[in-house]
Each structure stands twice: as C-alpha cells, then as structure tokens.
Design a protein around this ligand. Structure first.
Ligand code: PMP
Length: 324
C-alpha cells in the first residue's frame, strides 16, 4: 500500500520536488519539470487499463509551454554571441512565446520587440507591455502570424546588427527544448509506460522534439499530431498547416497518425474539463484531450499523454465559456 502510494506521489507531483527551494534558484529554474495530471472524469467509460494524462505546462513561470523554447533560444543566442545587452531580441509571436521572451528578457536585461497580429487578445498585449516588450501590431487580414513573420524579417534585413532574431519556426533550439526536457520528463513520469503521445502543431517544436525523443526511447510509442480542421479556427497557438507557411523545423515523418479537430469540439471539451475535472485549461489543451480520448477509445490497454500548453485564464475574455 505504502509503495503504491509513493509511486503515485512520484508520478503526479514528484517533478515539482526537483524545483529549487525558495531563495536558491533563478526564475529560469522554474521552467520545466511540470507535473502530469491524470484525467478521471472525462475518461469514464474507458477500460480500466487505459489512462489519459495531461502535462500541466501552465505551471511554467510564464504560464505556458513556450517558456521552454524561449529559454533554449535565448541561451543559444548568448552562446553564439548573437545576443547581448547591445542587441534587441525580435520575433513574431501570437502570444505565449512572446510572453516567455518578454519575461526572460526582463530578467536578463535585454530589450525585446515583438510583432503580433493586431487582433491578439487585449490581456496578452497588456501583459507583454507590462513585461517591458515593445509591440509592433501587424495586419491580421494579411495572414496572422505569417504576416508578423514577414514584418520581422523586413526589420531585421534593414538593420541586422541591431537584432537577435531567434525565428522560432526555423530554430532547432525550439524542438530541442522538448527533446531534452518534455520528452524525458514524460518518460520518467509515466515510469516508462507511455504508449501514445498526442500534441498539436503550432511552430511544431513541442510535437517534433518530444516525439523524436520518445521514439528513441521506445520505438513502439505511437505519436499522434493534430491541427485545426480549417484555416479559420479558434485554436490559438495551432496552425492549419495545409494553408499556412510550414515551419522549417517540422518533421511529418514523426507522426504515426495525424488528426484534425474543430474549434467547437475543443470549446466543448474546455468547458467539460473545467466543470468535470476542475481543470481550467486553454483551448489547445482541450483539443489535445479530445484527440487523446479518440485514441484512448480504441485501446484495451495503454497510457496516453497529451500536453496542456497553457491555462484557461489566457482566454478568460472569450465568450465560449458560457455556452452550455
Ligand atoms: N498551444 C498554445 C496555446 C500555444 O501557444 C502553442 C505555441 N504556438 C502551441 C499550442 C503549439 O506549440 P508548438 O509551437 O510547440 O507547436
């Protein structure tokens, strides 16, 4: 009984123990080693041998999975001598990466400029400004983050000496953050028992890095990627890859299976997770659960892990929460 209890404790909260005690660490030490949360209610009806977990990335200090990639890209810039206090970090971001850059740049004394589609949520823009980032608002009708990327490339081309442009869509440090962090963490936290990994595609860093590591650790793990089912969607942070610019770091060969999901299905699941599990997670996290449940419903036995990229508070102003 005691052993079983300790095993569960390690599985669910163990990683938090590795975070430094107060007074000992920097802000960056709080990034990663996020807990795995088991879904208990929305999984009812599945065989007892099938378990579904979400990795609680909102517990990172910037509130999202993107803290991992931003830290890796900033460290890479420093290592290569491309980023120092005479430079400005600049990138295109729909929100979470921007918050992570702004937070880490503030902590390290770097200037930070972000191109962001003008229709991004007001809370996000406010948070970026509070963290000291300069914002360039781009035309959302010109193609969302693709347009923001184009604007950044023009600015950097005009004054390359002034900027460090990590370019998260084409930077190997993005997926490597997950290859070195997210993947091994999931492996440890499931006591090497993960059978299926499910993640959405934005820059694709989370899926590519985690799937690549998990496949190396056990080639039998099934890796499932998913994307919105249409170009006009409400799954913030995810891309409809057949109509968007495909990120350079994307490796489609890592997916054993590819799923698509509609915005309404994700909204419904976000409401269910809040009411039935007490999990107030973001829309892409809810989409991950909906896809994970599709996979889980086909199994007799298995451990399915998805990612909760951010928390519901990033979407508080959205109206879908109040639908029944
Ligand atoms: N969900 C949210 C809320 C995000 O901000 C992102 C990052 N764009 C993703 C999912 C996808 O992560 P990645 O960029 O690593 O593919």
């Amino acid at each position: 009984m005691k052993l079983q209890y300790e095993r569960r404790w390690r599985e669910i909260v163990g990683p938090l123990e590795r975070r430094p005690a107060t007074g000992g660490g920097s802000l960056e030490c709080l990034i990663g080693n996020t807990p795995l949360v088991e879904l208990r209610s929305v999984t009812s009806g599945l065989p007892p041998g099938v378990r579904v977990f979400g990795k609680a990335e909102w517990t990172n200090p910037g509130g999202s999975v993107k803290d991992r990639a931003a830290r890796a890209m900033i460290r890479q810039g420093e290592r290569l001598g491309l980023l120092n206090r005479t430079k400005t970090l600049i990138d295109a971001t729909s929100g979470n990466t921007g918050i992570a850059y702004a937070m880490l740049c503030a902590a390290r004394g770097y200037r930070c400029t972000l191109a962001i589609p003008a229709n991004a949520g007001p809370e996000r823009k406010r948070m970026l400004a509070i963290l000291g980032a300069e914002l360039i608002l781009t035309d959302p009708l010109e193609g969302g983050t693709d347009e923001a990327q184009r604007v950044v490339r023009d600015i950097v081309a005009a004054r390359p000496d002034r900027y460090y442009y990590p370019d998260q869509y084409n930077n190997d440090a993005n997926w490597r953050a997950h290859y070195d962090g997210t993947g091994p963490e999931i492996w440890r936290q499931t006591l090497r028992g993960i059978t299926h990994f499910v993640a959405g595609l934005g820059t694709t860093g989370t899926f590519v890095g985690t799937a690549r590591k998990l496949k190396e650790l056990n080639g039998a793990i099934t890796c499932v990627s998913f994307q919105p089912d249409s170009p006009l969607h409400g799954l913030e942070g995810l891309k409809h890859l057949s109509t968007a610019r495909v990120p350079g770091i994307y490796d489609p060969s890592l997916a054993d299976r590819h799923e698509s999901i509609g915005t309404e299905e994700a909204y419904r699941m976000a409401r269910r997770l809040a009411r039935e599990e007490g999990l107030f997670v973001g829309v892409s996290a809810a989409a991950g659960v909906a896809v994970a449940l599709r996979i889980a419903s086909e199994l007799e036995q298995g451990t399915v892990v998805t990612i909760f990229p951010d928390g519901g508070n990033r979407y508080l102003a959205d109206r879908f929460w109040s639908a029944s």
